[in-house]
Structure formats: C-alpha cells, structure tokens
Design a protein around this ligand. Structure first.
Ligand SMILES: [Zn+2]
Length: 136
C-alpha cells in the first residue's frame, strides 16, 4: 500500500504522468517530422549515405529511448493502479511526495537511486544526455 500518499496526491501524480506521456508523444512526433524533412530535402541524389545513416540511427535511438520512457510512465501508472506506487523498488521505503512530484516516474528512493547511479557510472563513463530533459 502507498499509504503515505493520499488519493488527491495520487490522482495529481497520475495526471502528471499522463501529461508527460502526451508530451513525449508530441515531442517524438516532431522529431520524426524533422528527420524526415532533412532526409527529403533535395531528393535522394544529393544526400550522401552517411547523412541518411545518421538520420536512421538518430531515429532508432529516439524510438528506443521513447519506448523506454513510455515503459517507465506506463509502469508507474500500473503501480498506481496496483497500489504499489510511491515505494522504493529496492528497499520498499516510501518515496517522499516531493520527489514523486519532481519525478513521477521514479521507482527508487534517493539513496537507492544514487547507489544505482554510482554503479552505472562505473559501468560506463559516457553519460546519456539526449533525453535528459525527460527526467529518467
Ligand atoms: Zn530505496
């Protein structure tokens, strides 16, 4: 039970999640349009293969991240439905409302999130920046 969250807060967070989902869909639609405009410009002959490859890989990366983030949003919404929302997946402690408001998709308390981030940093030195605005 997410008993530290009132129904009001839960429905507020549900709305925030749904808003993000709509926002994400819009953003990725726009990005797709931009890519196809770039690819279409001037016809096929003037586009060298590397430009086209670049667009394709950007597109794939975008789709991949979009999918991941959509999964997170849908997962959070499911957890609301199942009354599991707002508890840390690792330590089962309640996640503070302020944190949930700032990052409604979060599944971990700050402590667990930070230790995961440290572990991730050890694994790869490259930090993803492309979708940082979406607040993983
Ligand atoms: Zn935790």
């Amino acid at each position: 039970m997410s008993d530290h969250l009132s129904d009001d807060v839960l429905s507020e967070l549900r709305e925030a999640l749904e808003e993000r989902r709509a926002d994400l869909t819009n953003k990725s639609k726009k990005a797709l349009e931009e890519i196809s405009v770039k690819t279409d410009r001037g016809g096929r002959d003037t586009i060298d293969e590397s430009t086209e490859e670049q667009s394709t890989s950007t597109l794939l990366r975008l789709k991949d991240r979009e999918k991941k983030f959509l999964n997170k949003i849908n997962g959070a919404l499911e957890r609301i439905d199942e009354d599991e929302y707002g508890r840390c997946l690792d330590c089962d402690e309640p996640i503070p409302v302020e944190r949930l408001r700032a990052r409604p998709t979060t599944l971990f308390c700050i402590d667990c999130k930070e230790s995961r981030e440290r572990a991730e940093k050890r694994q790869s030195k490259q930090r993803p920046t492309f979708m940082d605005e979406f607040d993983f």
